[in-house]
Design a binder for this molecule. Structure first.
Ligand SMILES: Cc1ncc(COP(=O)(O)O)c(C=O)c1O
Length: 459
């Protein structure tokens, strides 16, 4: 590769001159310089100087089968030679996209048998939003178009994705969100449960916020409730066990559709193909992306229920929506190989039976009691560590989010790529992690916490 002729400094200078990064303060970036990642192998990524980082984020929640899998490169190469591109418009399709749609229907919950492809989670949520509104219009109920979402939800960064999401700082920069989307409280007991309120009761109260929003608008005006089964970018917020059954009861009662966003949880992370299966949720749409190809190609798939697909096919009329790269054959060929590997290597059973429980046990045993830690929680291979100033009162360091950044920086300096979201450290490792990798990660987390505590307590 030609980049080997450049020094790190040169690459950083070029990057600073020409590259605007996503979700970045560009003034800070210019001052600090970018981190240049140039290679990946198994659970590790390497920078241009050869420094290794154990990647506890699977890239950006996506590299489920780990880095450097030649089988996926070969699948892309073979497909590019055969047919590098063709569209899915005008009644056309390609063999890989057709077969991938079938494969996804096979592993999905039984009521979801149709797939609409895009290239990103944001695009797929745009599709989902338009599809559910179109569905109700076809059903003769065009007024039923309000969408209920949750505070701190992350549904992507296109205008539709950011409008569906509940990140206020994103809304502020939108200059006008997609209309008729409201946001209700999230099921985040660590911060929002009342003193003495049980997890169970808190879960019911958070679900009731959905019901209140439906009644507030009138059920005849509400199209759908959209939610991540476990809020990811908002801080790996795992709802109490009472939450989802109650939400399911409520949406069924008022005939409101349920749009699940499984862009993070899809394809094995929770110990099932989909969190809908882990948590027993019946959805009308499931948004997926990321781990569908383990991030090796940009591809998303919106899973669509028989109910919605049935109306589309029965009533007819064009759905005026689609993307040049919907069903891209190379991305779909890579996805097919990726799903085959997840299956043949038993990665999902391993998360459910071995690595998921082991991660939970080790974080409890080795991290939960640390002076800076208010709570650890996990679900499958998703984890969160709440950083607090005072364990008993759960008081945080100020300004908000500042302490977690100190922990993150020490983690990275000690060879562990972790992310900080607000005051929460998050983990979403590749599914190929073993017990030994988890042990190593816990060593590095513990060290990062000790170093951060010294910095923060010293202040
Ligand atoms: C739950 C969820 N939905 C949607 C998205 C957006 O996906 P993309 O960045 O591929 O547009 C993300 C990205 O992190 C996500 O976590």
């Amino acid at each position: 590769m030609t980049y080997r002729n450049y020094s790190l400094k040169q690459l950083q200078q070029i990057d600073a001159s020409h590259h605007l990064h996503p979700f970045t303060d560009h003034k800070d970036l210019r001052a600090a310089g970018s981190r240049m990642i140039s290679r990946g192998e198994g659970p590790y990524v390497y920078d241009t100087e050869g420094g290794a980082l154990l990647d506890a984020m699977a890239g950006l929640w996506c590299v489920n089968i780990g880095y450097g899998r030649k089988e996926l490169a070969e699948a892309a190469y073979e497909q590019m030679k055969e047919l590098p591109y063709y569209n899915s418009f005008f009644r056309c399709t390609t063999p890989p996209s057709t077969l991938l749609a079938q494969k996804i229907a096979e592993i999905a919950p039984p009521n979801l048998n149709q797939v609409f492809f895009g290239s990103s989670g944001s695009e797929s949520n745009d599709t989902a939003l338009r599809l559910v509104r179109h569905y109700w219009a076809l059903e003769g109920k065009p007024a039923k178009n309000r969408i209920i979402s949750r505070q701190m939800a992350y549904h992507g960064s296109t205008v539709a994705g950011a409008s569906l999401g509940g990140m206020e700082h994103m809304h502020e920069q939108l200059g006008g969100a997609v209309p008729n989307i409201v946001h209700v409280m999230m099921p985040y007991a660590f911060e929002l449960a009342l003193p003495g309120e049980s997890d169970h009761d808190f879960g019911l109260r958070a679900a009731k916020a959905v019901e209140d929003a439906i009644l507030d608008a009138g059920p005849e005006n509400v199209a759908a409730f959209i939610a991540e089964p476990i809020q990811g970018a908002g801080g790996v917020k795992i709802p109490p066990a009472s939450y989802w059954p109650e939400v399911q009861r409520i949406v069924k009662k008022y005939d409101v559709l349920l749009m699940l966003d499984e862009v993070i949880t899809g394809y094995g992370r929770t110990g099932a193909w989909f969190a809908a299966q882990s948590l027993g949720i019946e959805a009308d749409t499931i948004t997926t992306a990321k781990a569908l190809t383990s991030g090796y190609q940009p591809l998303s798939a919106l899973l669509v229920s028989d109910r919605i697909a049935g109306t589309l096919t029965e009533k007819g009329g064009e759905f005026f929506h689609g993307y040049t790269y919907s069903g891209h054959p190379v991305a779909c060929a890579v996805a097919l190989k990726n799903l085959e590997i997840i299956e043949s290597e038993g990665l999902i059973d391993r998360v459910r039976d071995e690595t998921g429980p082991y991660l939970a046990e080790q974080l409890q045993k080795r991290i939960a009691g640390h002076d800076l830690v208010g709570e650890v929680r996990t679900f499958g291979l998703l984890g969160a560590i709440e950083i607090v100033k005072d364990r008993a009162s759960r008081e945080r360091y100020l300004p908000s989010g500042s302490a977690a950044v100190v922990v993150r920086d020490h983690a990275i300096a000690n060879g562990l790529m972790m992310r900080a979201t607000g005051d929460t450290m998050i983990l979403s490792p590749p599914l190929v992690w073993t017990r030994e990798t988890i042990d190593l990660a816990c060593d590095r987390i513990a060290r990062a916490l000790d170093l951060a505590a010294a910095d923060l307590r010293g202040k």
